[in-house]
Each structure stands twice: as structure tokens, then as C-alpha cells.
Design a protein around this ligand. Structure first.
Ligand code: ZN
Length: 374
């Protein structure tokens, strides 16, 4: 198994110490690989905005045919991604158990490199291939926020960045907003003059006691996860509390409705307590829901049929670069490359799926070329 070029390249790239905002080394290596394939390569200025050390990598493989197809994956990885020692264990590649494997998303990166190389080697005419390797995806899908979308000619594309066996596609992913609540009370000596104080913790408890959270409906969730207050001394009435949470929905209207509810509910719940609130809602990214008869899914249907793989249409629970491509007019879905248990030290990738992911990318370009020629 290990004699496969894509497996070697996967192991080479996961061994490079990388984190969000520290993608310099891997970015340089990937840029050199893209140039060697024959791509025109540039890097944008996302590093400045993100205070990181690398920008998004954009590469173009010019084609003889009309049309353009966009392929993307991210270079960064979640924490605990230094010192990765990949090894083959049965049908899978795993880490040594002390780190993540970074198959999320190096499997996507090497699938694109391998597939594009295969197309070049085949010598067959193909359309323009636009490749985007983003930075800082694991920190709120931040790198792709700074892409210059006017550079792309593609009307449709793919984010090779989803867990599951090859054949799984993500046609919809949620909108997400960050929710911040600050509660202001009034400090006073708890023994001498408690009646002059307003307890921010008690006021916050009122707010949270009956706030809608968890599973809101089939498409929407909310979670209040961080609570900070007091901590000084028991003889002071607590005058400040901070709660941070998030909400997600596959339906953007519902997300906006929940955000309005959050603001209203917090204000109303503290009425009569003497406490005041300040709420902040920050939209992280917008949901998408790609049509099943659109260009992106139709092409995958042909690709998987050709490869003898069952296509499974699914929905994602989190945002990804595909959210930003869709929000900027490029119809984009997520594609699985065979990894699982990502973001944990049990992360793995199925070797067969990894090899077939490279073939899948080759077929995506080849099948699209066939379609254009007709
Ligand atoms: Zn990812």
C-alpha cells in the first residue's frame, strides 16, 4: 500500500508541524509542488489580516477547454498537530495516539495534488483548474474570508474537507453566529449593605434559566458554553457576568430570528432586577444548500458512477470554506476523503479512500472535460 505516491505525500505533509496562523512551512512546500505540476501560483495577503505567517494559496492550471472548476482544501489543522508520526494500521493510516493525524485536511490537499498531477500526466485536454489551499480554516473559517473571489472564473467547486467514506457529499451546511451576553450589576458590601447591590450572577441565572437552547428544531441549535463571573471574594455583591454561546441553523432566516430572540429575552429577563445587559451578535458565516440538479452535484453523480462508488448526499453540522464560496456566488459542496474521528488523537484515514480520492479528483476534471466537449 505504501508505494502509492499519494500515501507518501500524505505522510510527508502531516509530518510538517502546522497550526492555524502557522502554515508558513507547509504553504511553501505545497506552493513548490503546485509549480512543479505546472500551475501558476500566488499567495494572498490573508496573513496580514489574520496575524498569521502565511496567506491563502491560489493556483491555476490553465486548460485547453472552456470552463473552469474550483478545488479547495485547507492547510491548517486543529491543535495538537505538531510531531505527527503517521503509520499504517490495517486498512488505515493513524497517528501514534499522542497527536491528531491531520487527515483533516491533508487528505484533501494531497487528493487535489494527486488528481491534478494525474490529469497533467494523461496529456488529455482539460478545462481551467482553480486550486485554493486556505489558511486558518479551523479558526472560524477565517482564511477564506479574505479571498479575492473576483479572481475565480469557476461557477462551481468543491471543498475536499468532510469526514466519512468516499462518496459522501455535503450539500448543505449551517449559518453560525457567536452570541455574547454581558450582565452589569452593582457591587456593594455583602454584609453591610447588600440591599445597595445588584447581583449579576443572580440576574444571569434568571436569563439562562429558561432560555431556549440545545436542539431548537430540526435545522437549528444553540449552546451557551462559557460563563465568567465573580471570583474575587464572597463579601462583595457580584457586579459583572459574561456568557458566551453560539447558534447554528441550516435556515438563515431561523438563525436571524433566534438572534433577535436572544437579544429580547436577555433584556426582558432582567427587568425589575436592577441589572442591565449588553448583547452582541456576530455572524461567523452563512449557510448554503446546493441544488441536487445543479452543476456541482450533477458532476459528482457522473464521477461516482464511473468509479463504481455510491453517492451519499448528506448535511454538515459545521461551517467550512464551502460556506464562503457559496456566499460569493460559486456553487460549492463538501466531499469526503475517507477520514474519521478528526480533531482527536484517534483520527484516521482509510488508505483505500485516500488513494481513490486522488482518482476522484482526476475523474472530476476528466468528466467535466467530457461534458464540455459534448
Ligand atoms: Zn477541515
Amino acid at each position: 500500500m505504501a508505494e502509492h505516491r499519494i500515501v507518501d505525500e500524505f505522510c510527508e505533509l502531516v509530518r510538517i508541524d502546522t497550526a492555524s496562523r502557522n502554515e508558513r512551512e507547509i504553504a511553501d512546500i505545497v506552493k513548490a509542488k503546485l509549480v512543479a505540476i505546472g500551475c501558476r501560483v500566488e499567495e494572498d495577503d490573508a496573513a496580514i489580516h489574520l496575524k498569521g505567517n502565511a496567506g491563502n494559496i491560489l493556483a491555476v492550471l490553465e486548460g485547453e477547454l472552456e470552463g473552469a472548476i474550483l478545488l479547495s482544501a485547507h492547510l491548517d489543522r486543529v491543535a495538537n498537530g505538531y510531531g505527527i508520526k503517521p503509520r499504517i494500521d490495517g486498512s488505515r493510516i493513524v497517528s501514534d495516539g499522542t497527536t491528531i493525524l491531520a487527515a483533516d485536511d491533508i487528505s484533501g490537499v494531497v487528493a487535489i495534488l494527486d488528481g491534478v498531477r494525474r490529469i497533467k500526466e494523461s496529456g488529455k485536454p482539460h478545462p481551467r483548474v482553480e486550486i485554493v489551499f486556505t489558511v486558518c480554516e479551523e479558526k472560524g473559517v477565517s482564511g477564506s474570508k479574505y479571498l479575492n473571489f473576483s479572481k475565480f472564473q469557476s461557477e462551481f467547486g468543491y471543498a475536499l474537507d468532510s469526514p466519512g467514506r468516499i462518496g459522501r457529499i455535503i450539500k448543505t451546511a449551517p449559518s453560525k453566529a457567536q452570541l455574547k451576553l454581558e450582565v452589569f450589576g452593582k457591587a456593594s458590601h455583602a454584609g453591610n449593605a447588600p440591599e445597595k447591590g445588584v447581583n449579576a450572577i443572580i440576574a444571569t441565572a434568571r436569563i439562562l434559566a429558561d432560555i431556549k437552547d440545545g436542539r431548537l428544531d430540526d435545522e437549528s441549535t444553540a449552546n451557551y458554553a462559557i460563563f465568567r463571573a465573580g471570583g474575587e471574594a464572597t463579601n462583595i455583591v457580584c457586579d459583572y457576568a459574561l456568557v458566551t454561546g453560539e447558534t447554528r441553523s441550516l435556515n438563515h432566516d431561523k438563525l436571524e430570528e433566534y438572534c433577535r430572540y436572544f437579544v429580547d429575552h436577555c433584556k426582558k429577563a432582567v427587568e425589575g432586577t436592577g441589572a442591565t445587559v449588553k448583547t452582541d451578535v456576530l455572524l461567523n458565516y452563512k449557510c448554503f444548500n446546493v441544488k441536487e440538479d445543479g452543476k456541482a452535484i450533477s458532476l459528482m453523480r457522473r464521477v461516482f458512477k464511473k468509479m463504481g462508488i455510491d453517492m451519499i448526499i448528506d448535511r454538515g453540522g459545521g461551517g467550512m470554506d464551502a460556506n464562503r464560496f457559496n456566499a460569493n456566488g460559486i456553487e460549492c459542496i463538501g466531499l469526503a476523503t475517507g477520514y474519521g474521528a478528526n480533531h482527536t488523537s484517534n483520527e484516521y484515514v482509510e488508505v483505500d479512500d485516500l488513494i481513490r480520492s486522488g482518482e476522484m479528483v482526476e475523474q472530476m476534471i476528466a468528466q467535466y472535460a467530457e461534458q464540455i466537449k459534448k
